[in-house]
Design a protein around this ligand. Structure first.
Ligand SMILES: C[S@@+](CC[C@H](N)C(=O)[O-])C[C@H]1O[C@@H](n2cnc3c(N)ncnc32)[C@H](O)[C@@H]1O
Length: 312
């Protein structure tokens, strides 16, 4: 079940195969409107009218955050349109591969911290594809039986997630929009898996920049529904380092689920203001409790602000 992270080389030639779900033998469900074997932005072989697959829904003609991020992490759930944007980002916006890896490494450290603090159920908002060291893999490596309810708005991430987690009774994947708190908490994969009257680790890694409006108010509405002892762990793409932010904002403006809105340190601090932050407070992802013996990854430019706090 556990997969070692694969090394991604942005300078490597694009794979000869579509490089997406089909490469792993996972076919998208036809209920999503994808023709079997189709991957986002990947034209199929020439066909005559009778065998021509239906046109891809608009979502798959555009790059998406989940798929581009999967590409940057060296995963397999992305298509040509995502690969092109990922390559463009690595060309002009600095070391975005390291920024993505740092964010994922912070996720691992934050989840391990919460497991050690006794949290045994997680609600993950905007989960992305549940591979490359995502939450249930960290839980399994920690020999814990903690439950993980993944949620995301991206169809490919959800299809991939539901397929990968089919045999994992302690994890679920729901397709639902993070901005709809009632819908997230009532989703069968959430309400049927988590006990919301007990502490929950609310995880929001690199997703709140996709909430253009009141992200602090949104997190407050989730926190108000959590039991005492619950915690919030989040990372948020920064608006403080314009060397990377300007390029990322320009290139991701066509994302299928809306253009991101990076935020400054003060704006991210406001999002976690209703929690008691553990040391070191709000920090760059690479500098939040780096593993003992390892110096914090020093990326320049910086990518995500990161914090873990307990609900009052
Ligand atoms: C950069 S990825 C982060 C994935 C994962 N949380 C991590 O940090 O490793 C951002 C994720 O947020 C998801 N997302 C964007 N807008 C969303 C929304 N309105 N509701 C739920 N998820 C959303 C994207 O589909 C994508 O999977």
């Amino acid at each position: 079940m556990l997969e070692p992270p694969r090394r991604h080389r942005p300078d490597a030639p694009a794979p000869a195969t579509p490089g997406g779900l089909a490469e792993r033998g996972v076919q998208p469900r036809t209920t999503l409107g994808l023709p079997p074997g189709a991957v986002p932005g990947q034209a199929g072989p020439p066909t005559d009218e009778a065998t021509r697959p239906p046109a891809l829904p608009e979502e798959f003609e555009r790059p998406s955050s989940a798929r581009v991020y999967d590409y940057l992490l060296g995963g397999a759930a992305h298509g040509a349109v995502d690969r092109r944007l990922g390559e463009e980002l690595t060309r002009v916006a600095g070391d975005v591969v390291t920024l993505a890896r740092e964010n994922r490494a912070f996720l691992r450290r934050a989840v391990r911290f919460l497991l050690a603090a006794g949290v045994d159920q997680f609600l993950d908002l905007g989960s992305g594809v549940p591979t490359m060291g995502n939450v249930h893999e960290v839980v399994a490596r920690s020999r814990s039986t903690a439950r993980v309810a993944y949620t995301d708005v991206d169809s490919i991430a959800a299809t991939h997630g539901q397929t990968l987690l089919a045999g994992v009774p302690t994890a679920s994947y729901s397709t639902v929009d993070v901005t709809d708190v009632d819908a997230v908490l009532a989703a069968p994969g959430v309400a049927g898996l988590l006990e919301l009257d007990r502490p929950v680790g609310l995880l929001a890694f690199s997703v709140l920049q996709h909430v253009r409006d009141d992200a602090a108010g949104l997190v407050g509405r989730y926190v108000a529904r959590l039991a005492p002892g619950s915690a919030v762990a989040l990372s948020h793409f920064t608006a403080d380092d314009r060397r990377v932010t300007d390029h990322v904002e320009r290139l991701t403006a066509r994302y299928a689920h809306g253009r991101p809105r990076p935020r400054t340190r003060d704006e991210v601090a406001a999002i976690v203001a209703g929690t008691d932050l553990v040391d070191p407070g709000l920090a760059w992802a690479g500098e939040w409790r780096p593993e003992a013996g390892r110096p914090p990854a020093a990326t320049d430019p910086r990518g995500h602000w990161a914090a873990v706090g307990f609900v009052r």
